[in-house]
Design a protein around this ligand. Structure first.
Ligand code: IVH
Length: 685
């Protein structure tokens, strides 16, 4: 046996655990993403050579796997209790006097923590290694989701420091709002239903059967409780210990002597919580002493030593006037409530989402009902509750429509899906117009057209599908309302220019169901032409990064339809790019070995194009500024935290113009961007 390789495996595992901790928990990476990946790859290949030293907690196990597995139910070693809720100072005083009665005149304090809004998880460690992760389930037994938990960067697979031999620790898996927004944007783009809020997104993600997919979800674990034997009698101290073992314990809690101090903490965080990167829905107040906790014990379901104080979500009450059913470009029917206008968190709300048929049924909503609406991390406000006491005695239940409100086709609902679809994709006007709108979009063919103009072109019969743009003549356009010579010329020019849009954007523009920007890019890179994609087998398609069965089947189905094939042919006949062209941009190695973070927006190129330019010139685009970043490429509206980090680490800040000069491109910039000149450090204050 080759001992040097085994030693190297052990060494790499240790190093990678540490780098992972620095990156995810401490937010302070010491090496670049590239260096991390290199070490990880080395470990992967050594482990493949030495299956005899397989370790389920090796850093290589974080990437997840495509094997879909049902979860087994397992019994919790310590039952997972829930907490009693309180909503007012009065409730808190009652809790406090119950505690004081039991404690007598002994001194004690409370620990106040934020109540993270996600999904609870219980982790078990033996000899410092993660052995099991369970969801709460019914509190007695939960789902074994160990493989999913391993993909979460803030969950240590191997503990550090002076950890107990056996440990059970609990926390909340949350999805920070920034990651949630990005995930939803991607889902909308791919024609999938966005998640209603970060909590649903976190819980939906953790329960996915495919851990490789979980690894892509931006999840974070915030730890808050140790039910097993811990080092001290103070809960607060024990959590500090947990921090030293490598756990992510948000440093937001405070010890309070009196219930008035507790209330001050609550009032402070009721406002300040909006600045946190993740959602919280209250404060948890815990008697700090572990021995007192044991003495106080529990009721049937909840401990007597802790209570949750729930923040009031901002809500407004208003009347439901009617329900619209909107048909999206992929045919999804979404119910939207029209409301009597009402003020909520600074804006006037007239419409709110009812999500889908399931949700309407759960709410039991009726016309003229008084409803409560809430704004969360959601895109539009949602109806959360009905004021049933205020309901008209003769009101009738509202039913989901059975036929498309736009084209009259009978709606269908796939098994296991919450949405109804209009299947008449070829003749249903909003689907046709939606596809055209998608085609001309900025990230697609970038044709300068407003939604109202598309409506006009469609209504007068000039455009039936997006390929008709290419037969559009100046003489047709100038005859239309609101079109003058200049605007007609601009439209025709913009259509002509779209013929040089690169293939991967065209592939996205075509609007094959489930193909988002990212999928289009990898497919274009791999297959190089639309013909190759059309002729690829299901297996070949599925063998593409991030392309699963759903996408592969959707591509096959698209090309089985003669109208779609004719549509592509018309694009081809008109000179639209249906294959990859060699890159025209400057290609060099001038950025070899340089890692560059980009932030803000740029005048000459989109952020994606800037990334491509970095890579085309041998550099590496990384997302976070660290000690090993070489340049921060600063655009307009650059993120202040990136600037601050760059200043701290002494990373050189360069402008868009500096960047073009570095790669030998002459791209004149008209007005100077707000970023500083090359090499200069920015003063932040
Ligand atoms: S302590 C026995 N602390 O709130 C004590 N819970 O109903 C157990 N939660 O399901 C809970 N943040 O998932 C505790 N800082 C925090 C928490 C917290 C969120 C969740 C937890 C539990 C629910 C309470």
């Amino acid at each position: 046996m080759d001992n040097t390789e085994l030693d190297r495996i052990a060494e790499l595992r240790e190093q990678l655990h540490k780098h992972n901790y620095n990156y995810y928990v401490k937010n302070n990476p010491e090496i670049s993403d590239f260096e991390f990946d290199t070490l990880l790859k080395e470990l992967q290949s050594l482990e493949a050579k030495h299956p005899e030293v397989f370790d389920p907690t090796s850093p290589t196990q974080r990437v997840g796997s495509d094997l879909s597995e049902g979860f087994t139910q397992e019994v919790h070693e310590y039952p997972m209790l829930s907490l009693a809720n309180s909503y007012s100072m009065e409730d808190l005083r009652e809790f406090d006097s119950r505690v004081r009665k039991a404690v007598g005149d002994r001194e004690f304090s409370y620990t106040c923590e934020l109540k993270y809004d996600g999904l609870s998880i219980s982790l078990q460690y033996k000899d410092g290694k993660l052995t099991r992760a369970l969801t709460r389930g019914d509190g007695i037994q939960g789902d074994n989701i160990t493989n999913n938990a391993k993909t979460i960067g803030t969950i240590p697979l191997q503990l550090q420091g002076n950890f107990p031999k056996e440990l059970e620790i609990r926390g909340e898996v949350v999805m920070p709002r920034a990651g949630f927004d990005a995930l939803n944007e991607e889902r909308i783009e791919q024609g999938e239903q966005p998640f209603a809020n970060p909590r649903n997104a976190a819980s939906g993600s953790l329960k996915l059967q495919n851990s490789r997919e979980v690894a892509r979800r931006p999840l974070q674990a915030n730890m808050y409780y140790i039910p097993s034997e811990a080092p001290t009698d103070s809960h607060y101290e024990n959590l500090s210990y947990a921090r030293s073992w490598g756990f992510n314990v948000p440093d937001l809690s405070e010890k309070c002597k009196t219930i008035d101090d507790v209330y001050t903490f609550i009032t402070k965080w009721d406002t300040k919580r909006k600045d946190l990167p993740f959602d919280t829905d209250g404060v948890v107040i815990k008697v700090d002493s572990v021995s007192l906790q044991q003495e106080l014990g529990m009721t049937a379901k909840t401990p007597r030593w802790a209570i949750a104080f729930k923040f009031k979500a901002e809500q407004a009450r208003t009347k439901l006037l009617s329900v619209d059913f909107q048909v999206g470009r992929q045919g999804t029917v979404t119910p939207v409530a029209n409301l009597e206008p009402v003020q909520l968190a600074g804006t006037v709300i007239k419409r709110a989402s009812l999500y889908n048929a399931d949700q309407m049924q759960v709410l039991g909503i009726r016309l003229n009902d008084y409803v409560y609406i809430e704004k969360g991390g959601e895109i539009i406000p949602k109806v959360v509750r009905i004021d049933e006491d205020a309901r008209d005695a003769d009101s009738q239940p509202l039913h989901f429509i059975t036929h498309c409100p736009e084209c009259g086709a009978e709606l269908i609902r796939m098994e296991d899906e919450a949405n109804y679809y209009c299947p008449n994709s070829k003749n249903c006007p909003p689907q046709i117009k939606g596809k055209i709108e998608h085609f001309v979009g900025r990230d697609a063919m970038n044709i300068a057209l407003a939604g109202a103009t598309i409506e006009q072109l469609y209504n007068v019969g000039l455009i039936q599908n997006a390929s008709d743009f290419y037969s559009l003549q100046y003489d047709d356009v100038i005859k239309l309302d609101r079109f003058a010579e200049k605007s007609s010329r601009n439209l025709i020019d913009s259509i002509q220019e779209s013929k040089s849009i690169p293939f991967y954007k065209v592939l996205y523009a075509i609007g094959i169901r489930h193909i988002g920007k990212a999928n289009a890019k990898v497919l274009a890179k791999k297959f190089k032409s639309i013909e190759a994609i059309q002729n690829a087998t299901l297996e070949e398609l599925q063998d593409t990064e991030d392309v699963g069965e759903v996408i592969a089947v959707s591509i096959k189905q698209f090309f089985q339809d003669d109208d779609n094939v004719a549509f592509i042919q018309k694009l081809r006949d008109n000179g639209v790019q249906l294959e990859e062209k060699e890159k025209q941009e400057a290609q060099s190695n001038v950025l070899e070995g340089k890692s560059i973070v980009i932030s803000g927006t740029f005048q000459k190129h989109s952020r994606d194009e800037m990334k491509e330019l970095i890579e085309a010139n041998g550099g590496k685009n990384v997302s976070g500024v660290s000690k090993s970043t070489n340049y921060l490429l600063a655009g307009e509206g650059i993120g202040p935290s990136k600037l601050e980090k760059a200043t701290t680490f002494g990373v050189q800040i360069i402008t868009e113009e500096d960047f073009y000069a570095m790669i030998g491109m002459s791209e004149p910039i008209q007005s100077a961007p707000k970023a500083p000149n090359s090499g200069e450090q920015l003063s932040l204050f």
